[in-house]
Design a protein around this ligand. Structure first.
Ligand code: IPE
Ligand code: IPE
Ligand code: MG
Length: 264
């Protein structure tokens, strides 16, 4: 079966095996991506920004496919931030329409592929039609056992934290929760990502060295890979490079690695 999800690979056999350059023992469970650079990609090609966003959708579909093939458990992408409403109205409208049309077109195929899709963010502010499609998509794929695909839409890390604090405060006021018992575990349960392990690897494209209000809590110990590649140009090779970089890191989580601890 071929589908739009097989972008550019309609005549190629599906390659599910891990590239030889990657160590299967050191794969991240959760990858988060700040998909940036669509506008610059379009400008370089003398195209309207909208074309950059369209091209970005193709990169996303391919990236999801690779992550799914390589058995990454969770992929979380930043599609629209709480700050992106400040863009020109035409661009915001275009993006909302693009999310709608992509979701409509792809959801059946994602379902067939076993993808479990989720949308993280303040969804109530999105256009009603998009909200409806999101609900349908979540419902359709909720029991799927494949990759968890989180699309952060109208997402802001600060807003997520404030909403979590409000929920806890409400429970405390009602006498259901002792404030002294609020610790990291209790707090984490109120976050939109409570069902997932924290990202192991954060990739940001287009060279910007900031996190732009993305997953402020969850990225506490993520390894960060920044590439100059613009999101629409991000491909299999770019993802392999990010994973090789990740696999070269020593994660210490505030501790010391084994060699250093033997030197004390
Ligand atoms: C990322 O690309 C997509 C969204 C934020 C929706 P940009 O649109 O930010 O592209 P640049 O940063 O202007 O190149
Ligand atoms: C971050 O990119 C948001 C998304 C990718 C959706 P931006 O382009 O909005 O970030 P800044 O403005 O460069 O920090
Ligand atoms: Mg940008």
């Amino acid at each position: 079966m071929t589908s739009p999800f097989f972008v550019g690979t309609t005549n190629e056999p599906r390659k599910t095996s891990l590239p030889e350059s990657l160590d299967p023992e050191k794969m991240p469970e959760h990858i988060a991506i700040i998909m940036d650079g669509n506008g610059r990609w379009a400008r370089l090609k003398k195209l309207p920004r909208a074309m950059g966003h369209r091209a970005g959708v193709d990169s996303l579909k391919k990236t999801l496919r690779f992550c799914s093939n390589w058995k990454i458990k969770v992929l979380t992408v930043y599609a629209f931030s709480t700050e992106n409403w400040s863009r020109p109205k035409e661009e915001v409208n275009f993006l909302m329409k693009l999310f709608e049309s992509v979701l409509k077109k792809e959801i059946e195929f994602l379902n067939v592929e076993g993808v479990c899709i989720n949308f993280l963010g303040d969804l109530d502010q999105l256009p009603k039609r998009l909200q409806g499609l999101i609900k349908e998509a979540i419902n359709l794929t909720k029991d799927n056992k494949g990759i968890c695909f989180n699309v952060c839409t109208n997402y802001g890390g600060r807003r997520e934290l404030v909403i979590a604090a409000q929920k806890l405060a409400k429970r405390a006021v009602k006498g259901e929760l002792d404030p002294a018992l609020i610790d990291e575990n209790v707090f984490e349960k109120e976050l939109l990502t409570s069902n997932f392990v924290d990202p192991d690897l954060l990739i940001r494209t287009s060279g910007e060295q900031r996190i732009s209000n993305f997953l402020l809590w969850q990225l506490a110990y993520a390894e960060i890979h920044i590439t100059d590649v613009l999101w629409p140009d991000f491909n299999e090779n770019s993802l392999i490079k990010a994973l090789i970089d990740y696999q070269s890191r020593t994660r210490r989580f505030g501790g010391v690695d084994q060699i250093s601890s033997q030197q004390i």
